[in-house]
Design a protein around this ligand. Sequence first.
Ligand SMILES: CC(C)(COP(=O)(O)OP(=O)(O)OC[C@H]1O[C@@H](n2cnc3c(N)ncnc32)[C@H](O)[C@@H]1OP(=O)(O)O)[C@@H](O)C(=O)NCCC(=O)NCCS
Length: 201
Amino acid sequence: MIGIDVVDIQDSGEPGWQHIRHLQRVASAEEQAWVKSRLRPDLALCVLWAAKEAAYKALSCPDRDEPFIPSGVAVCWQPDQLTGLCRWRGRQASVLARMDGYHAEALAVSEWANPHTLGCLYEVSRISGGSFPTPAQESLAARQLAASLLQRAGHPGGVITRAVNGKPCLSGFPEVSLSLSHHGRWIAAAIALPREGNRQV
Ligand SMILES: CC(C)(COP(=O)(O)OP(=O)(O)OC[C@H]1O[C@@H](n2cnc3c(N)ncnc32)[C@H](O)[C@@H]1OP(=O)(O)O)[C@@H](O)C(=O)NCCC(=O)NCCS
């Protein structure tokens, strides 16, 4: 299973994020120490958040309504790298993250050891234009991105629906794992196909 998350750094000023104890609320002692040790702790927090959401999306079961509780997802980074392991409810995913001054992104993959070596496609993209997109426009743009990834992978595609817990799925193709994210001006999509249909990123 695959999970992706993107954080628009210019739009990460939600009231919850401004709370003086936000970091303590969402991160373990080790994670807090990691954030504080980075050159830009504000950006590091965005990456940590993206990793937690991506791991939750990869590990959540479509037919179970398990809420996303950020402090419940443990992220363990490799020294000086934005790759690592995430653990949640006894399940485990590899995570690969990236950030610049504009956005933070994370891709999480369960079952495989390393996101670099598995066959999957993902893309993170910025929506251009003057005004901020509405949530509906963001959601549509992320779905269009996923459809273009499926096309690139040579998959016939299909309608993207939502499972009981909100997880996206491709109607008629339960073997395809897909994940979507949208925040502010940024959208992201990831797909993982069965082995024979895999493509390297
Ligand atoms: C998964 C979750 C953390 C994403 O948070 P967000 O701030 O909306 O962030 P993103 O934009 O990165 O992700 C949104 C996408 O995540 C996907 N998603 C939603 N729930 C998901 C889940 N349980 N597992 C995997 N992916 C999920 C959807 O594709 C969604 O896009 P859409 O709203 O256009 O369909 C949030 O939706 C959540 O807490 N879900 C918990 C389950 C839930 O609330 N279920 C309600 C029953 S429908």
